[in-house]
Design a protein around this ligand. Structure first.
Ligand SMILES: Cc1cc2nc3c(=O)[nH]c(=O)nc-3n(C[C@H](O)[C@H](O)[C@H](O)COP(=O)(O)OP(=O)(O)OC[C@H]3O[C@@H](n4cnc5c(N)ncnc54)[C@H](O)[C@@H]3O)c2cc1C
Length: 346
């Protein structure tokens, strides 16, 4: 069978692209490497998310404030509006939305090879009019197309139980002794549990795991955070900004595979979903008019939606790469580097 669309990857970008195209009546196949969704994540989703979510048990807490700590532990509060999701449950919910719209999902089916006519994956082959790479930061789709590897931040995270997080508050902690070139995050997942993790660019003398253990064991937040360490995960984030090209004839890249996560905050769920709706709608137009040249409009749309914000963030990222290993620099310049300060946007 020839599909109208094959999507590689069942993360948020893949599921929303698949759902958008399938609900317009087209034949969509999603290939997912794993047996279920399991992307490592802190799980923060901004309420600007542009899809309607069903009542869902994947939401673990509501967030209304971000507290950002300077190296000397003075802090700055800023109102935000979002929620913390259990990422695997959240992603599985998006997959079921795509399936309900008519998409076929094949689990344990990693992409092995692709041509403009179709793909081979573990377990079979399939052909398609259009292919979307939504296979994350280390995208196999992108590498099979000969694109460069993306620059990444490496991450480590625990789910701490038996702790006392600040209710409704995400805490962001800048200190080069614990997170050189990056930051530590604390997101409450309940009254006595929180995800605590870090993303760093400068590995320095310790591994991400060691930095995170050191933060939990030594930092002044330890009294509230020294609980039971569960669910240790590692991961990576693209921090090189949007790829120059997102459309290669009938092959598109969406989400982390295209560098859509923010180079400073690392947040990528909202932009992946925003861009995948744009991808889906562009694909529908191209299929309706039987004109694949229309796919190029996807790139224009995404650049209009994301390029300015990601471009600004990339400039800040370059400074963090250069100076983010100095607590003196962070103490003096953090307001220009972090999104909750007005100086960041000037
Ligand atoms: C530790 C950590 C914490 C984070 N916290 C946040 C946060 O709080 N908020 C936020 O907005 N963002 C966060 N992010 C970033 C966020 O996870 C990503 O930006 C987001 O998942 C991008 O969605 P995506 O669909 O593009 O990719 P992914 O969610 O990575 O999905 C890609 C999918 O493709 C599959 N895949 C990979 N290779 C293949 C293959 N060869 N064949 C088939 N399938 C394949 C994977 O299994 C996966 O299911 C975090 C990232 C990390 C690492």
């Amino acid at each position: 069978m020839k599909y109208d669309l094959i999507v590689v990857g069942a993360g948020p970008a893949g599921s929303i692209t698949a759902k958008t195209v399938a609900q317009a009546g087209y034949d969509v196949l999603v290939l997912e490497r794993d047996a279920f969704c399991r992307s490592p994540c802190a799980g923060y989703v901004s309420s600007t998310i542009n899809i309607e979510l069903p009542e869902t048990s994947s939401i673990q807490s509501q967030i209304s404030r971000m507290r950002t700590y300077f190296p000397d532990m003075s802090f700055h509060d800023f109102p935000i509006n979002g929620f913390v999701a259990d990422r695997p449950a959240f992603d599985m919910m998006l997959v079921s939305i795509a399936e309900s719209a008519g998409a076929q999902v094949e689990w344990k089916s990693p992409l092995l090879d692709l041509t403009p006519d179709g793909v081979s994956f573990r377990g079979g082959e399939a052909s398609a009019t259009i292919i979307v790479g939504a296979d994350g930061v280390f995208s196999k789709t992108a590498s099979l197309m000969g694109l460069d590897k993306q620059k990444v931040a490496v991450c480590a995270q625990y789910h701490l139980k038996g702790v006392d997080p600040l209710p409704g508050t995400s805490e962001i902690f800048f200190n080069a002794d614990y997170a050189p070139g990056g930051y530590v995050w604390i997101y409450p997942t309940g009254k006595d549990s929180a995800r605590v993790g870090l993303g760093i660019t400068e590995v320095g003398s310790r591994s991400p795991h060691q930095y995170l253990d050191a933060f939990i064991d030594e930092s002044p937040l330890v009294l509230r955070m020294n609980g039971q360490k569960t669910e240790y995960v590692t991961g990576a984030l693209p921090i090189g900004g949007l790829r120059d090209r997102l459309c290669f004839d009938n092959i598109l890249l969406v989400g982390d595979s295209a560098g859509m996560a923010d180079p400073v905050t690392g947040a990528g769920i909202n932009s992946a979903i925003l861009a995948s709706e744009a991808a889906g709608n562009t694909i529908i137009a191209a299929l309706e008019k039987n004109d694949l040249t229309l796919l190029a409009q996807y790139e224009t749309k995404v650049k209009r939606l994301l390029a300015r914000t990601l471009g600004r963030s990339l400039g800040k990222r370059r400074n963090l790469d250069k100076y983010g290993t100095s607590n003196e620099f962070l103490q003096q310049n953090l307001p220009e580097m972090w999104v909750t300060f007005k100086e960041y946007w000037q």
